[in-house]
Write a protein that binds this ligand. Structure first.
Ligand code: SAH
Length: 220
């Protein structure tokens, strides 16, 4: 790890992170594996030095290119719902951004694939993931709506950007018994939705209102 980048926050970050995890518990996150993963990943390493001091607040923060690092609660909630207490072997994330959620997933899942459409953001994410030595995270450049058919099926799929409609290609890449979690809707009004696959039947459940950046088409 490049210590210069994280200077000044190292010693305090573990304590503030423990407080963040305590808040997540109060907010209703129950899965101990998820809480433990959230406690392990240094969120401050995924934001600029100027914002590192705010890294353990429960808010989204800017990461450049008009994008944000997701709120800790959203990250924990989506993973908890997708996991459903199961052991996950292979998971796909759409909208990798700075790589934070992929890093949390890497503590819980054997193989994490994450697609990001903005090449420069992907470069930053690759650097951080490498510095933290998260060797089971594979970051890909592309339009995540198409998924990664060559790596399918996935035990779980999570979208970090809001879709107006469920991308059909992703449903086809979900393993039997698998769960996909995504924010659905446009503008401020979005609903976190969980879709579970049983054979060829997909059942959809609405969870709670959320706010994410929009899922866009193509690459940048
Ligand atoms: N997972 C990130 C959240 C990043 S914000 C975290 O842990 O904080 C959502 C990201 O989705 C943005 O970086 C945006 O560029 C990306 N995105 C939007 N539409 C996309 C698409 N079709 N394919 C891949 N990435 C997309």
């Amino acid at each position: 790890m490049n210590m210069a980048r994280f200077a000044g926050i190292g010693m305090t970050s573990e304590r503030t992170r423990a407080r963040m995890v305590e808040r997540l518990r109060e907010q209703g996150i129950r899965d101990m594996m998820v809480l433990s993963a959230m406690a392990q990943v240094p969120r401050h390493a995924f934001v600029s030095e100027a914002l590192a001091i705010r890294a353990y607040e429960d808010t989204a923060l800017p990461i450049g290119f008009g994008q944000t690092i997701s709120q800790p609660y959203s990250v924990a909630r989506m993973i908890e719902v997708m996991r459903n207490g199961r052991e996950l072997h292979r998971v796909l994330e759409v909208g990798g951004g700075c790589g934070y959620q992929a890093a949390v997933l890497s503590r819980l899942v054997r193989e994490v694939y994450s697609i990001e459409r903005i090449a420069s953001l992907l470069g930053q994410a690759r650097r951080t993931v490498r510095e933290l030595r998260l060797s089971n995270v594979k970051l890909k450049h592309g339009d995540g709506q198409l998924g990664l058919p060559e790596m399918a099926p996935f035990d779980g799929i999570v979208l970090a950007a809001a879709a107006s409609d469920v991308p059909q290609a992703l449903l086809a890449q979900l393993a039997d018994g698998g769960r996909m979690v995504l924010p659905k809707g446009v503008g401020e009004q979005q609903m976190l939705v969980m879709i579970e696959r049983q054979g060829d039947v997909f059942s959809e459940q609405e969870l709670e209102m959320v706010h994410f950046v929009p899922l866009l088409t193509g690459v940048a």
